[in-house]
Design a binder for this molecule. Structure first.
Ligand SMILES: *[C@@H]1O[C@H](CO)[C@@H](O)[C@H](O)[C@H]1NC(C)=O
Length: 142
């Protein structure tokens, strides 16, 4: 093996090691809606079913940002957050808007709520509820 080849292989191994390490730190990545993206297809709110989400995992929202956005719902009062999600009435919560069309959002521990921008689409089911828990506490997710 030439010196140059050894160097290339060495660097490749370092890159692989670094990228594995990044994955370790930043958690898994999930493309919301898979190939359909963040769009109002029937059943988008079931997309999280059967997946295990851990705090620090990243959701990637891909969509046409002229037709919708991503609203992450935070609580003003914790007991209102669920109402915000259920009713799509955003006066129950504080909204953080993502609007690039290719957003990366890190999951926090516990429930994470995402609404499509606008009452009309949200109330038809274009929204997501995702519970992120560490494995030891997985059963806290309902
Ligand atoms: C859509 O996203 C681009 C960046 O990706 C941004 O510059 C633009 O302002 C966004 N448009 C809307 C309507 O939010």
């Amino acid at each position: 093996m030439s010196y140059k080849n050894a160097l290339v292989i060495g660097f490749s191994l370092i890159l692989v090691a670094l990228s594995l390490q990044c994955q370790e730190i930043h958690g898994k990545e999930f493309l919301v809606g898979d190939e359909k993206g963040w769009s109002p297809y029937p059943g988008i709110s079931d997309w999280p079913n059967g997946k295990n989400f851990t705090p620090g995992d990243v959701l990637i929202f891909k969509y046409d940002n002229t037709s919708t956005k991503v609203w992450q719902a935070d609580f003003i009062l914790p007991e209102y957050l669920k109402d915000c999600y259920e009713t799509c009435e955003t006066y129950f919560c504080a909204i953080t808007e993502f609007n690039s069309g290719n957003d990366r959002v890190e999951l926090r521990e516990g429930e994470n709520y995402f609404l499509s921008s606008g009452y009309d689409t949200c109330i038809k089911g274009f929204k997501l509820k995702i519970c992120a828990e560490f494995d030891s506490k997985r059963k806290n997710c309902v």
